[in-house]
Structure formats: C-alpha cells, structure tokens
Design a protein around this ligand. Sequence first.
Ligand SMILES: *[C@@H]1O[C@H](CO)[C@@H](O)[C@H](O)[C@H]1NC(C)=O
Length: 298
Amino acid sequence: MSPVSPVFFCIGLCVLKASQAQSDPFPKPSLLAQPSSLVPLGQSVTLRCHGPPNVDLYRLENLESGNYKDENILSIATMKADNAGRYRCSYQNGSLWSPPSDQLELVATGVYTRPSLLAHPSSAVLPGRDVTLQCRTQYSFDGFVLYKEGDTGPYKRPEKWYRADFPIITVTAAHSGTYRCYSYSSASPYLWSAPSEPLVLVVTEPSATPSQVPTEVPSPATEPSATPSQVPIEVPSPTTGFAHQHYYAKGNLVRICLGAMVIILLVGILVEDWHSRKKCLTHRIRAMQRPLPPLPLV
Ligand SMILES: *[C@@H]1O[C@H](CO)[C@@H](O)[C@H](O)[C@H]1NC(C)=O
C-alpha cells in the first residue's frame, strides 16, 4: 500500500472541511417582480426581496447602473427604459453578508413596435403533426422571445435579422394555447418590443373520447404523456448527442482539475507549513472573520 494515499485522504477531508467552514451561514434571498418582470413602459412594478425577517439590513442593487437601495422593496411607479436590467439583493446581519439572490431580469416592453406572429402551415393542427410559429418584424432585430400564456419560461432564439422560427415538432394537445412573441436587439437585451397580437394554437383531437381506444389513429404521438404544466417547445437538435458527450467530457475535465488542485494544494500547504506554521494559522483565522467588502457606492 502506498504511503501517499492516507495523505491524499487527509487532504481531501481538509479541503471538504475548509469549503464547509467558508460556505455562508445565511440562506440565499429571492428577488421577485410583481406583477411581472416584463413591464410595459409607463406602468408600475414592485421588486421584493424575500429572506429571513430578523436581519440588520437589506440591499437591492441595479447591476446595470450600480445604484443600490438599502431596503427590501423597490417600487417603480413609472417604468422607464433605464429601469430595465439585472437586479439582485442580499442582506447583512452583524458583519456578514448573505449570498446574493439569483439575478432578476427586469424587461421594459413596448419600446419598439410589435412584431407579428404567424403559424405555418396553420394555427389549427392535428396531433402528431409539426407546426412552426414564426415571429416577424420589419426591423433588424437579433433576439426573439416566444411566450405561451400560463407557462413560466420563455423560449428564446437568437436569429438574424427580421424573423425567427420556433418549430414545434410532434404537436400534442398540451401545445394548444395562446402565444405571443417579442423582438429585441442584443445590444439592449432588456428593452423589448410590444408583444405581438396573441396567436391561438388549436390542436384538433380526432373525435374519440379519452375512454375509448383510439383505433383510427395508431400514431404514438396521441399518448397522453405530456403534462399540461410542462410544455417543452422541441427544437430539432442534431447536436443533442454532442451536447451529452460534451457534458461528460466536461465532467472528466472537472475531475482532473480537482485532482490537480488537490496536489497543488498539498504541495502548497506543506511548503507553507514548513515556512511559518503559526503565522499562517493566525492569518487564516483573520481572513475568515473579516466581513465581505462593502458593495460599491453610487
Ligand atoms: C441576526 O442577528 C441577530 C442578533 O445577533 C439574531 O438574533 C438573528 O437571529 C440573526 N438573524 C439571522 C437570520 O441569522
């Protein structure tokens, strides 16, 4: 048995302990926009930071301008273009800051005229068929977003210059609904057009009641497997296999890097210890007690 392996085990434990000690004791707050993070110019919106109640200070930041406010609520009475952008919040208790919330992207809509949304070949589709929703503008935009009413996430496509296709492969009843699209320029990603007129996609089921076995349509697409809450817009992707390979390759790379880091750390710690054991220890303790630097001023 190699005498090195217990050392590695110990180093691994130490790295684990160190990362646990340095992980923040505060839960991450969440930041929400009400009624929505898509705000028509001139309308009002409220950003709320949710976190624990008994803390010293909440801070809400606009990451575009660097402006911040030490409150957990930001009310914007009249949405303007320069209110759009990324926001985040955090809180402070004692001398420690919480980790920041996920970023909230506040979008001003109605900055440009509306695009049009069309369905090809038709907005009435049989289950199992394909349909393409096409968002078109008369201007050169390079960002297009499709929303389905009731769904949380948008579907984005970066396309040039005046239209984007959103193909839906193998339509099921769950794809029925009301769709809208927006266009924007990637130079100002938080300033969007007005929404298109709504497009109602109707998936016409064959006239069989759900209790009967559909003898006429042996298509596997009629399986009622898609849940209405989860409606992926499937984009034909011949690169899916590559994406997986890439993912696994990345995983290996991460493992190799971690291994290399552990070795470097081992050498570093040995040298450091050998040099001045005591000095290093006090220094490390001081670093852990030090509060995070204050956020930048306006
Ligand atoms: C913040 O600090 C106060 C006083 O030390 C403590 O009572 C409270 O529980 C702390 N809050 C959180 C969320 O840690």
